[in-house]
Design a binder for this molecule. Structure first.
Ligand SMILES: [Zn+2]
Length: 182
């Protein structure tokens, strides 16, 4: 397991990718995949740009890893990501949590909980509670740069609401900065 210092460092890199997504008009979620304390891939949400709802940050990064034979032939385990840790600003959704399990991810650290689609405990625990004949469960822990992860999502949705054809009342556009404890 990485140390807490590593987690903060790598989560800050994931947050930088989320900032890039925000600047590009995407739901601001970013991630980095780390092996041997080195970032081997980083990505951000690109669903709007590619008009493809599966282009979440995690799947973008997985494609990047799979496209590079130097990153997939580690020989360290039975699964392509069995010696790789994911740091992502928002809890992986059900789709991504399942993909990560198929790839045998070692461990996941995330910022805030995904209340609507969370696949690592937020809604269901695809990472651990569902039996799978061959793929091992993985540990997923949240709360890393959680407040930053929530605030950047709010910044996105405030902008999106004000750009909508029939904007809601101004009261809804105020950036809420109060964060309730989890
Ligand atoms: Zn996802």
């Amino acid at each position: 397991m990485e140390s807490a210092g590593d987690a903060g460092l790598f989560m800050a890199e994931a947050m930088a990718m989320a900032e890039e997504a925000l600047a590009a008009g995407e739901v601001p979620v970013g991630c980095v995949f780390v092996r041997d304390r080195k970032i081997i891939a980083k990505a951000r949400n690109r669903t709007n740009e590619l008009r493809n709802a599966t282009r979440h940050a995690e799947l973008e990064a997985i494609d990047e890893i799979l496209s590079d034979p130097r990153l997939t032939s580690t020989g360290a385990g039975r699964y392509p990501l069995s010696d790789t840790t994911l740091y992502v600003t928002v809890e992986p959704c059900i789709m991504c949590a399942s993909a990560l399990r198929q790839m045998g991810i070692k461990e996941v650290f995330y910022g805030c909980t995904n209340d609507r689609f969370g696949g690592c405990g937020g809604v269901i625990s695809v990472n651990s509670s569902i039996e799978h004949p061959s793929h091992p469960p993985y540990n997923a822990a949240g709360g890393y740069l959680r407040e930053e992860a929530i605030l950047i999502l709010r910044r996105f949705y405030v902008t999106e609401n004000s750009n909508a054809p029939a904007p809601k009342s101004k009261a809804n556009r105020v950036l809420k900065t109060e964060i309730l404890p989890q």
